[in-house]
Design a protein around this ligand. Structure first.
Ligand code: AMP
Ligand code: MN
Ligand code: MN
Length: 316
């Protein structure tokens, strides 16, 4: 597809994460190197600055209104059209479209859809479409970043032997993996640590300690001056609490409207719950947006969590 296209738009999902930014820039750099003389443009909401070491980061555009019609639109790591945010018109108007993704809830919204739900990340999936010998150090940095972030440094259950082989191949390209892990994953700003501390301090356990939740309100978001990406890692920290099967972290994006993140151990299918509330994701990591009081939102979610936990207990 990319060989014939003279103009290519690359899109990811709203509130871009490591796999989103990594996959967009991996494709951008690979195509720029392999099929030069193409006009390629990435459109994303402002990506976290911690990914600025990736080649091409500064070329990412936030302009949703150019009205440009592309020969090909490539959608990466976005499980449905709504996740493309304001940039969806580039897909609507493109002559051809391709989606590469790994979300179990992705029903396929492009002309061609390469979706593999059992794989760690879009970046791992992309490696299957790239010739190993032609992966440059710059492309390897992008792919490694994406895999690293979606596996939580190779610890999540979505990490396979193949994931590690691919990571090894990328390390052999000479990337500074130690710096990438420390600076893009573990490094936190002072404010990020403060908001993490606040979320942990105010967390509440439910369902006999099998569920934990925490919320950050709009007024606190304004007080600390934080944005969506500053909350990365909070839900994972809640999830590692002993005895917890399912963690919920939410932050208020507008009055009584929340961005919800869920993580689970091996008993709860959170993709199913997130899909029910109009979101999506993976079996062990999913999200959605919900309105109402915190009490209502948590009650609605825990009802589903409890049902699943009870069903599992009856099986045993
Ligand atoms: P998060 O909790 O935002 O880190 O997201 C966990 C996983 O669920 C990621 O793979 C997201 O792409 C996916 N996800 C989060 N929110 C939504 C949503 N509103 N709709 C579809 N998928 C989502
Ligand atoms: Mn993502
Ligand atoms: Mn991903």
């Amino acid at each position: 597809m990319a060989e014939a296209a003279k103009t290519i738009a690359i899109l990811g999902h709203i509130r871009p994460d490591g796999d989103c930014v990594g996959s967009c820039l991996a494709v951008y750099n690979y195509l720029t190197e392999q099929v030069p003389e193409r006009e390629i443009q990435i459109y994303l909401e402002e990506p976290p600055v911690k990914f600025s070491y990736l080649k091409g980061f500064e070329t990412i555009s936030q302009n949703a209104g150019t009205g440009k019609i592309y020969d090909l639109c490539i959608c990466l790591d976005a499980s449905d059209k709504a996740r493309l945010g304001d940039f969806a018109p580039y897909l609507d108007h493109a002559r051809h479209s391709l989606c590469v993704d790994h979300h179990v809830t992705n029903a396929g919204y492009c002309e061609k859809n390469e979706i593999l739900a059992d794989i760690s990340s879009t970046c791992e999936h992309l490696c299957h479409f790239m010739e190993k010998d032609r992966i440059s150090k710059a492309v390897a940095e992008c792919l490694y970043t994406g895999i690293l972030h979606d596996t939580n440094v190779f610890k999540n259950s979505n990490t396979s032997g193949r994931t590690m082989e691919i990571a090894g191949m990328l390390m052999d390209k000479g990337i500074d993996f130690n710096r990438i892990i420390n600076e893009s994953f573990y490094r936190k700003t002072y404010i990020q640590n403060q908001i993490l501390g606040r979320a942990l301090l105010e967390s509440i356990t439910l369902l006999d300690g099998r569920c934990i939740f925490s919320v950050i309100r709009e007024k606190d978001i304004a007080f600390y001056g934080v944005t969506g990406s500053d909350f990365e890692g909070i839900v994972e920290q809640l999830q590692i609490t002993a005895g917890v099967e399912c963690a919920i972290f939410m932050y208020e994006i507008s009055d009584h409207y929340y961005k919800v993140s869920m993580r689970s151990g091996d008993k709860v299918d959170v993709a199913k719950i997130a899909s029910y509330f109009g979101g999506g994701g993976h079996v062990r990591a999913a999200g959605c947006s919900m309105g109402g009081s915190v009490h209502d939102v948590v009650n609605n979610l825990t009802l589903h969590i409890e049902q699943q936990l009870n069903a599992r207990e009856q099986e045993i």
